[in-house]
Design a protein around this ligand. Structure first.
Ligand SMILES: Nc1ncnc2c1ncn2[C@@H]1O[C@H](COP(=O)(O)OP(=O)(O)OP(=O)(O)O)[C@@H](O)[C@H]1O
Length: 321
């Protein structure tokens, strides 16, 4: 069992009358990309700020690498890189000055700062922007710059509050690729989002939070099976749709079979069929074997990932404080 880099027990934060976090028991495994998902006001930022030692819990405890946020905040800060959900105002600084400023905050030795800045700007693909003013960068570039500076002290854990918010599709894809690369460098990443699909496909684990409570948490695939949700399969055929449809209509676990447009006119025509599958197993070989036996010429048999949305809809009620 991989070790937990983040652990909380009964973590609670009360603002006046409002329970922003309510007895949160969270565990994030080393090496995972953990998507912390919930509607606006669910308590994501509050939780992240406590983990980063920027806010004190009302009760309960949280540990980072076994260090208590209450007792050892200074040490914890060396393990965490935090990217807040707002960028701040650094308009009259050049990109290299911005990096230099944060490097000094973390007491990086002067003779290391230049090389480190170059390495990190290259990692986030901003090496050409080194002498540009921060103000002149696009939102996506600012997000990447902000990510570069969270890496300056080489933390094990990155806590990223809404890293994809406001990004256009291309910038989101770049952010996704960057997150994957950071994971392959051994970083653990916790990121929040109120839009499930925004970054869900890079997450290895997700936690769903609503009204300060953790409603579900775990490995993405496991959660789908645990909650007994149906998966959807997209079957693309180069021919033999009639045999495939016969098999699907006589299989117990299959439901809601849909033939996508353009529908095949003859059995030689290509076809795309979408269907729901309720079996808890993800071994599709028996079904595929029967399809082939019935004459289906299979080009693709793909499990669609929209299921995560079902998990979200099932466990949340869309309530906010
Ligand atoms: N300093 C504060 N004083 C009083 N209430 C606060 C404070 N900070 C947050 N809250 C409230 O606590 C609740 C949780 O807020 P939080 O910012 O943690 O949620 P969030 O899930 O990050 O939301 P968003 O997606 O909008 O950033 C909200 O109802 C918010 O209004």
């Amino acid at each position: 069992m991989p070790e937990a880099i983040v652990q909380t027990r009964g973590l609670t934060k009360i603002y006046g009358q409002l329970r922003a976090l309510d007895n949160l028991d969270l565990e994030i495994e080393q090496g995972s990309i953990y998507g912390f998902i919930g509607p606006n006001g669910a308590g994501k930022t509050t939780c992240m700020r406590i983990l980063c030692t920027l806010l004190e819990p009302t009760s309960g405890e949280a540990w980072i690498n076994g260090l208590s946020v209450r007792d050892e905040p200074e040490k914890i800060r060396m393990h965490i890189g935090y990217m807040p959900d707002f960028f701040g105002v650094y308009g009259d600084m050049k990109v290299w000055e911005y990096m230099d400023f944060f490097a000094r905050c973390y007491k990086i030795p002067q003779d290391r700062i230049g090389t480190l800045t170059d390495e990190l700007l290259e990692l986030v693909n901003l090496q050409d922007k080194k002498d540009d003013y921060v103000e002149s960068l696009s939102r996506g570039m600012k997000q990447r710059l902000c990510l570069a500076r969270t890496l300056i002290h080489d933390p094990d854990l990155l806590v990223l509050d809404e890293p994809a918010s406001g990004l256009d599709p291309r910038a989101r894809i770049e952010m996704r690729e960057l997150l994957k690369e950071l994971r392959s460098m051994g970083k653990t990443i916790m990121l929040s989002s109120h839009i499930l699909t925004e970054l869900a496909d890079v997450c290895t684990h997700i936690g769903i939070i609503e009204k300060g409570r953790l409603l579900a948490s775990g490995q993405v695939d496991e959660m789908i099976y645990r909650l007994q949700l149906q998966r959807r399969i997209r079957l693309v055929l180069t021919g033999g749709a009639s045999g495939a449809l016969e098999v699907l209509s006589s299989t117990n676990d299959v439901n809601d079979v849909q033939i996508m447009e353009p529908a095949p006119q003859t059995d030689e025509d290509p076809a795309t069929i979408s269907f729901g599958l309720t079996s808890p197993s993800n071994n599709y070989s028996p079904l595929i074997a029967r399809l082939i036996e019935a004459g289906a010429q299979i080009r693709e048999f793909v499990e669609e990932r929209g299921d995560l949305e079902d998990v979200f809809m099932q466990v949340t009620k869309g309530e906010v404080q």
